[in-house]
Design a protein around this ligand. Structure first.
Ligand SMILES: Cc1ncc(COP(=O)(O)O)c(C=O)c1O
Length: 452
């Protein structure tokens, strides 16, 4: 190339020669909108493409070794290619992948859930957390005969219409005329009826929450909550808010749906007991599938009877072609069997160590940043303001500009976080990996300008 020639870049703004991942991204852009199957896992200029995973490490197609803290959005509690899961899948796949008949595997996984928490007395499996929420909401409607639901502002519960309401409200639209959280559409084309039927609650304001529930309670089928919601900052829902929810449910006959799709991993019996919650339905997903697609709705037999078809057409029909598929059942059973109380406690302690080490590093560097989270889940917050809910967790303009650069610096240092700089630990990790994550995170923040 002539030295004086202008610098040539390709469609993704990268200089040739391309890495294999850059070439794959160019190829994918032609056949997939945005060049990515998932909005959530895309980041600029493009993610590295995975070739294989082993334990807590990923090897990308360019041969780079990356410490995986994304764990497929917290669904891999044992990391990659966990030998007991590989063995269970190898055994199961030889017997056939799907039948128009039940299998014993679905009984075993449902029994494993019930053994961990008697409140998960009965279960129906589906293929994603989104479907689990959809099923639980339909179940609550079927039982109560009401159709409106309440959810908390900014909280993610999958891509089902009602669950997306007020997922990304902004200061320009987040209050209604009375100063309560407004029902804000997320997807273009959201039907107005969806907004009218979804009441939005504040995550950290018990008085306002109680007042909204006093007004709307008698018309609500369900309140959906996640007591440690990632999009609300990965901070605990205050006990006073939980008390206001409990009171409204008892007073107005509203059913409580606790979304444990992510947070089931926080306790052997899941997250509800840790927050004193007694849900009517629990939605599950992620780690209970051992890395395969999964969702589930669980609850006491009296509640789950809404899905019972034994006497003819059920009040709410629930099922799908691949529901309770034998491979997911086998992988899920192996995943849970190796995530016993001791394993949960060990992983949670590693999470405490991670937060303490990172926070000590930030303090020593005089950096106004910290790691929030609980157990094996963590999320980076820039700034010194207390984070209590979706609004306070929302990054400032400067922080929003810095986070992708910190994410990129982490990746350059060989650590994969989710794009909003959160992560989950996995059982193959030891104190060595945890120290590495904490130290790299402090270094990445300090090397990034513009947010301090
Ligand atoms: C709290 C919560 N609920 C539900 C879901 C939806 O699960 P899925 O992606 O399996 O549909 C997610 C996904 O990340 C989640 O974080």
């Amino acid at each position: 190339m002539n030295e004086a020639a202008p610098r040539r870049t390709n469609e993704v703004g990268l200089d040739p020669p391309l890495s294999r991942s850059a070439a794959a991204f160019l190829r994918e852009q032609r056949v997939v909108p945005g060049g990515s199957m998932r909005h959530a896992s895309w980041f600029a200029p493009h993610p590295p493409y995975a070739a294989r995973g082993q334990g807590c490490w990923i090897l990308d197609i360019d041969g780079r070794r990356i410490l995986d803290c994304a764990n497929n959005f917290f669904s891999l509690v044992h990391g990659h290619a966990f030998p007991p899961i590989v063995a269970a899948l190898t055994e199961a796949i030889g017997r056939g992948t799907a039948f128009g008949l039940p299998t014993e595997g679905e009984i075993a996984l449902a029994e494993a859930l019930a053994a961990r928490n008697p409140a998960l007395e009965q279960t129906r499996f589906c293929n994603s957390g989104t479907e689990a929420l959809l099923a639980a909401v339909k179940g609550a409607r079927g039982i109560t005969g009401r159709h409106r639901i309440a959810k908390f502002e900014g909280c993610y519960h999958g891509s089902y219409d009602h669950m997306e309401v007020s997922l990304d409200s902004t200061p320009a639209n987040w209050d209604d005329a009375e100063g309560n959280p407004a029902s804000v559409p997320y997807a273009k084309g959201t039907p107005p009826a969806v907004l009218a039927d979804t009441v939005v609650l504040p995550y950290a304001d018990a008085d306002r929450c109680a007042a909204i529930l006093r007004r709307h309670g008698p018309g609500l089928a369900a309140i959906v909550l996640d007591p440690h919601a990632s999009k609300a900052g990965m901070v605990a829902m205050p006990a006073e808010v939980i008390a206001a929810v409990r009171e409204a449910c008892a007073r107005d006959g509203i059913l409580l749906i606790v979304d444990e799709v992510v947070n089931f991993r926080l306790g052997f019996a899941g997250v509800s007991p840790l927050f004193g919650l007694a849900p009517d339905f629990v939605t599950l997903g992620k780690i209970i599938g051992g890395g395969l697609p999964v969702g589930a709705v669980s609850g006491a037999a009296g509640r789950m009877a809404v899905f019972d078809h034994a006497a003819g057409k059920p009040r709410v029909a629930l099922g799908g072609t691949f529901s309770a598929n034998p491979l997911t059942m086998a992988a899920g059973l192996a995943s849970l069997a190796h995530y016993d109380a001791a394993a949960v406690a060990r992983l949670n302690a590693l999470g405490d160590m991670l937060r303490a080490r990172a926070d000590a590093g930030f303090a020593a560097a005089g950096a106004p940043a910290r790691l929030d989270g609980m157990g094996s889940l963590f999320r980076l917050h820039l700034g010194t303001r207390p984070v209590t809910d979706y609004r306070s967790a929302r990054p400032t303009v400067a922080e929003a500009a810095a986070l992708p650069r910190i994410h990129a610096a982490m990746l350059a240092a060989g650590v994969l976080l989710t794009p909003n700089c959160s992560g989950a630990l996995s059982t193959p990790m030891t104190e060595e990996e945890v120290a590495l994550i904490a130290d790299r995170l402090v270094e990445a923040c300090m090397a990034t300008e513009g947010w301090r």
